[in-house]
Design a protein around this ligand. Sequence first.
Ligand code: G3P
Ligand code: CA
Length: 294
Amino acid sequence: MDGKMIQLATVCAFAISLASTGPIFAAQAGPKGKPAAKTTSPRELVQSDRVLIIGHRGASAYAPENTLASFKLAVQQKADMVEDDFYATKDGKMIAIHDSTLDRTTDACKKWGGKKILVRSKTLAELQELDAGSWKDPKFAGERLPTNQAATLAILQGSVPLLERKGGTPEQTLEDLKAIDAVEKVVVQAFDWKYLRELHQLEPKIVLGALGGGEITNPKIRVIKKTGASAIGWDHKDLTEESIQRVHAAGLKAWAYTVDDEAEMKRLIAAGIDGIISNKPDVARKVVESVKGR
Ligand code: G3P
Ligand code: CA
C-alpha cells in the first residue's frame, strides 16, 4: 500500500474503534472512509451557547501535533472541534503541518540533509516518507504527515474539523474540501483575512473563523465582519470581559488560543468566552464541566 492508502485504511480502522465509544458528536463511518451523511453541522455548533472545547493541533500535549495519532486522541477526549494546520505541497496538495519548514516536527534534515527545508519545496509523496512522530516520543515513530483530507476525515469520525490555513490559495482549499464532500462539515480559520474574504466569496457555505491577537478594536471587528467569519480566534492574553462583549455585540463568537492553564481557562469562562483552544482538550473539558456543570 502507498502512503495515501495507509492513511485511509487507518482512518477506517479508527472509525470502527469509535463506533462503541460514542463521543458526543460521533458519526458512523461512511463508505470508503468518507464521513457518513449525518455529521454535526459546524454552523449549529459554532452558534451553540456552550463553551466549546477545541483540541489544538489535535491533543498535542500528548501526541505529535498535526498527526492522525493526535487528532484521534482529541476525538477520544471528546473535543467539540479539533484543529489542524495545513500548507500546500510542491504538487499542490494540502498537508497537515504547523511550520512552513519541516525541521522541527519531522526527520527531514536527518534524512535529506540541510536546514530550513520548506514544506512547499517537496511533493506529497516525498513528504509522506518522513517520520513526524519520533521528535515527540520514540513511541510515535512512523507517524506520517497526514494530508488535510485524511486529517479532516479522521476528525469527522467524532468531532468537527477546525482547519487552519497556513498555505495555499482559497481555490485549493475549496477543491480539497469538495473532493471529500466536506465543504459544509468543517470550519476554516486563518490569520490572513484577505484569504478568508476570498474563500467566502468563492463558497459562502464554509463556516469561517478569523484569527488574530492584540487589542480588539472596532476597526478590526469591522474588517473581520467583511470576511464573513462567524467567530474570532484570539490570543487568550488579549481577551477580557469587555473585549468579548464587544465581539458578541458584533454578532461574533470568541474563541481563545492556546490555553492549557486551568486558572486561565476559568478566567476566560467567567469573562464570557465561547471556545477554548487547548493542547489538552481533556483538561479543558474537565474545567468547563466543573464551571458550567454540563
Ligand atoms: O487555533 C489558533 C492557533 O492555532 C493559532 O496559532 O501558531 O498555533 O497556529 P498557531
Ligand atoms: Ca493553528
